[in-house]
Design a protein around this ligand. Structure first.
Ligand code: F6P
Length: 549
């Protein structure tokens, strides 16, 4: 048994949860007309209404006691003071320094000047590309920017570039290639012209198989198209911590934008990894995004747990995961520009907290990260919301929406927002048997048919949601929103006593893929019985012609 589940704060929550049965949020709202005020927080331009959660007066104090017991305030300080909290890699997790406005010391050395130096280089480069003074090898302005990267070197820039579409430069079209499936690159190459395309090879390690395969093919294509290897230096830049490998790939040192090992891949959007975004929206807007994140950082670091937005989101997640047995968490942005936000959060949350041993390597005896998923509203309403409303699992959900749209066309935004609000109300209220009965009676349904239909049309309700509202989706509010979730993940990791900053779980698949590749064509190796029967048969069947594939 780990200490967490035996601890007083945990046990108090177990007891509290047992006494919770039979409580319905409808009644809680009826009993307290000011419940929303009690459970609404504001920070960095975001509003969180968490009143539609399974909370009574005693609940949050018990969750705060758990956070204190697990030393969440101490962990927050350790993150901000550059401690090596990523213990298995002996690194700091210092992404907050990328958006800091005051000195940030790592091993006694202020990292902010280096951050600003790279940012200044990003500004020179992005300004030059955007104003046409930096051109391709034939002298033409660069119009297409292809970011080649995967995981944290793709999801953040991709999500944010889509989210900030209204801020984009009209000449520059961004593309993102991540999948090692050649189709991904091939389809992009069909749409761009070599002489007006900039390739950004984004890879922290510069060893990632998918990225190097895509970058190598893109390089070959460029040389074929433009007829000279010299074109590479005009059309390729790299974003990496591995300057030796970028040089080896043939990218000029002055076209490499550096970052550091204390920037985790899934926390790297704020670093040079954001170059594709900065090219699209310009450095001023990019810095607005940093400012939004910094505003959330300041709130997170300085605000008591009780009114701290990231802490609140984190503790609510823990309440459902560990005490109600929820195994999934939905993220439902009511803004088409946030279409890739759930995918971005999947890496942020699941790669960070998909762990089953504590920092000391002890197996946990409690659940950690739930499955995070989602789609923009209202599309999801016509796909999977049925399960959210009437399915057997409890799926807590974050609803995210702006008050104002960038595209105020006709009735659209009113319709969108009405749906956003209605869904959280429906999930909370449900529909009782009595309500269904009187509705069906009013429709003139005969008793027998009515009783048959009744259980199908009733909704239990009592399903928890958070409403996260921003005024408008801007670089600043997006920065604050992303930082909100980064810190939520961090707090959950602190409570669960896991390392949120490593990702060893992705290694085994990589190793085995390499082994399979090494064995292809080596019939002795493939007969050697090193794989199970299924794996061997799949290798024989699918890679028999691999030279041709
Ligand atoms: O395989 C997982 C991972 O290491 C992620 O953590 C990371 O964001 C991604 O691969 C890409 O890594 P890199 O930026 O080094 O290419």
């Amino acid at each position: 048994m780990s200490r967490l589940t035996e601890s007083p704060a945990w046990k108090a929550l177990v007891t509290h949860h047992a006494a919770f049965r039979g409580i319905h949020m409808r009644e809680l709202f009826a009993a307290d007309p000011r419940r929303n005020e009690r459970y609404t927080l504001r920070a960095a331009g975001l509003t969180l209404d968490y009143s539609k959660n399974l909370l009574v007066e005693a609940t949050m104090p018990l969750l705060h006691a758990l956070a204190r017991q697990q030393d969440v305030p101490g962990w927050i300080e350790r993150m901000f003071n550059g401690s090596r909290i990523n213990s298995t890699e002996n690194r700091a997790a210092f992404h907050v320094a990328l958006r800091a406005t005051t000195p940030m010391l790592l091993d006694g050395h202020d990292v902010v000047p280096s951050v600003l130096r790279v940012r200044a280089a990003m500004r020179r480069f992005t300004d030059g590309v955007r104003n046409g003074s930096i051109v391709g090898s034939t002298g033409k302005a660069l119009c297409s920017v292809v970011n080649i990267g995967i995981g944290g070197s793709d999801l953040g820039p991709l999500m944010a570039t889509l989210a900030l579409t209204p801020y984009r430069h009209t000449r520059i079209t961004p593309y993102f290639v991540s999948n090692v499936d050649g189709t991904h690159l091939a389809e992009v190459l069909k749409r761009v012209q070599a002489d007006t395309t900039l390739f950004i090879v984004a890879s922290k390690t510069f060893t990632t198989q998918e990225t190097l395969a895509n970058a190598t093919s893109a390089r070959r294509w460029l040389i074929d198209q433009l007829g000279t290897e010299d074109a590479v230096r005009h059309h390729f830049v790299a974003l990496s911590t591995n300057l030796a490998a970028t040089g080896h790939f043939g990218i000029d040192a002055e076209r490499v934008f550096e970052f550091w090992d204390w920037v985790g891949g899934r926390y790297s959007l704020w670093s040079a990894i954001g170059l594709s975004l900065a090219l699209a929206i310009g450095m001023d807007e990019f810095e607005q995004m940093l400012a939004g994140a910094n505003a959330m950082d300041t709130h997170f670091r300085t605000t008591p747990l009780e009114s701290n937005l990231p802490v609140t989101l984190a503790l609510l997640g823990i309440w459902y995961t560990n005490f109600f047995g929820a195994r999934a968490h939905a993220v439902l942005p009511y803004d088409q520009y946030l279409a890739r936000f759930p995918a971005y959060l999947q890496q942020l949350e699941m790669e960070s907290n998909g762990k089953s041993v504590t920092r000391d390597g002890e197996p946990v005896d409690y659940a950690t990260c739930p499955v995070v998923w989602g789609e923009p509203g209202t599309n999801g309403q016509h796909a999977f919301y049925q399960l959210l409303h009437q399915g057997t699992p409890l799926v807590p959900a974050d609803f995210i929406a702006p008050v104002y749209s960038h595209n105020p066309m006709g009735e659209h935004h009113r319709l969108l927002v009405a749906n956003f609000i209605a869904q959280t109300e429906a999930l909370m209220r449900g529909k009782t048997h009595a309500e269904v009965r009187s509705e069906l009676k009013a429709q003139g349904l005969a008793d027998e048919a009515l009783e048959r239909l009744l259980p199908h049309k009733a909704f239990s309700g009592n399903r928890p949601t958070n409403s996260i509202v921003l005024d408008r989706l801007t670089p600043h509010s997006l920065g604050a929103l992303i930082a909100l979730y980064e810190h939520k993940v961090f707090v959950q990791g602190a409570v669960w006593n896991i390392n949120s900053f490593d990702q060893w779980g992705v290694e085994l698949g990589k190793q085995l893929a390499q082994r399979i590749l090494d064995e292809v064509g080596d019939s002795a190796a493939s007969r050697s019985g090193s794989h199970d029967a299924s794996t061997s048969a799949l290798i024989r069947h699918m890679l028999r012609d691999s030279a041709r594939i």
